[in-house]
Design a protein around this ligand. Sequence first.
Ligand code: FAD
Length: 489
Amino acid sequence: MQRLLLLQQLSTNPNFDVAIIGGGATGLGAAVEAALKGYRVVLLEAQDFAKGTSSRSTKLLHGGVRYLAQGNIALIYQALHERGVLLNNASHLAHPLSFIVPTYSWWDTMLYTVGLKIYDALAGASSLGPTHHLSSKLIKSRYTHLMAYGLKGGVQYWDAQFDDSRLAISLARTAQSLGARVINYCPVQSLNHQDGLVKGLNFQDALTQSNYTINAACVINATGVWVDDIRNMSPHSKNSSLVSASQGVHVVVDHLFWPYDEALLIPKTSDGRVLFVVPWMGHVILGTTDTPQSDLLLEPKPTLEDVQFILQQVAPYLNKAPRIQDIKSMWAGLRPLVQANSHQKTGATSQISREYFIGVDSSRLVTITGGKWTTYRVMAEDVIDRCIQEGFLPKPPQNKSTTHLHPIKGLSSDAPTPDRVRYAVQNEMALSVEDVLARRSLVLFLEAGLAIQLAPQVAQIMASEGIADPRLDEFVALAKKYMAEYLAG
Ligand SMILES: Cc1cc2nc3c(=O)[nH]c(=O)nc-3n(C[C@H](O)[C@H](O)[C@H](O)COP(=O)(O)OP(=O)(O)OC[C@H]3O[C@@H](n4cnc5c(N)ncnc54)[C@H](O)[C@@H]3O)c2cc1C
């Protein structure tokens, strides 16, 4: 539906069952869940869909190998099941991916073989393939770019890879097709209360600065690392903080550094985590880091230390290690980590659980945050169930969630034109050059230099599609920050 028409409809009919704030994985998942249950749903995103953390992931659908060491079996089991659901429902955006774990001692070979066999067993019917021990001879002959010195063997196991920002756009379109009103560039500015209870919200269309009011039986705060800003809009808020953020950086290099279909898992970095070398769209992603971050920027900055850390950790495993000047793109994202106990601050964010949090405050504002992309669907199911249990929403005729059976939209078969750029404007709510080159086509995340080259042409096409100001200069300034040269400044 045309943006203007949609906004007009919101001003003439502002009454909804569910109003969702935030258009990342969590909010969009909740919109699909609620719409499929038959509720009247509106979702407001301040920027573009997935502009926050949801376009900055490692793009893995996984149980989380590192949780094995922590013994968090329930978390792995749930995520592996959800991995299978998404592979079924969005096969155009997700596919199985095999991983190699090189080992340099007999003990590690045994440990990882047994551990990863358990990991696969937890997937049950959703297993994507068996875990195998690989001999050092086989690894050396097949993966000639892997450092052979001291290699004792390895393990091959399966997880999956997906396209995070395109999944977000597809979820937005899926929610729309179910009748939800989903709109980007509409920041929520305040909540409306009656007798101390939240009854709706006020938002602004960032393009025209027009203001709108929405009335809703249930308001869901799904704003990731920014949930505390919305919680603190309540009159009785105690300005408490629920979330702490951890910054994760990725860098992208040419596929020649790791020219294989399988990903490489480096099982132990110097700070005791795992690090991935993942083939992705003809390139390779290296990452990630895990550093506490108190500045909740929309565009978090990779630091020279972050990037050097990644390259240093990868170097001992590759015969030809990438250098800073080999970086084609780099970016940072903020993990919303729910503080295990808000007064118990450990300072080490990697110790805080990746499980999600759903809470209802005294004004009846429902907040959901934490978790991971892989579990977005089950998080959505839980948050809508919670709204029903609290009595904010009437029980729907079809009470059980059906999102696990509902296909997620792909490219529209009635696309009026094969041009990518025009398609993104006409069908995917792209409003700026950044929307097209970052989250609709991923060029910015793959090759920032190429994105800068393409930008003027994209702006021209967008202008011919009626976008008066596609914000070309803003995009070029942003894209420069995705280039390695930026680290020097
Ligand atoms: C480095 C890194 C790697 C990761 N890798 C993986 C991975 O491989 N696999 C995996 O499963 N998970 C991964 N994750 C986790 C996953 O990306 C996140 O859990 C998920 O994207 C969080 O989604 P979200 O919707 O909660 O938050 P966000 O995506 O941040 O969405 C919140 C949205 O709220 C909007 N918002 C804020 N304020 C307002 C307002 N006032 N009005 C309207 N909207 C507002 C923001 O603009 C934003 O778009 C990774 C995370 C990081 C940081």
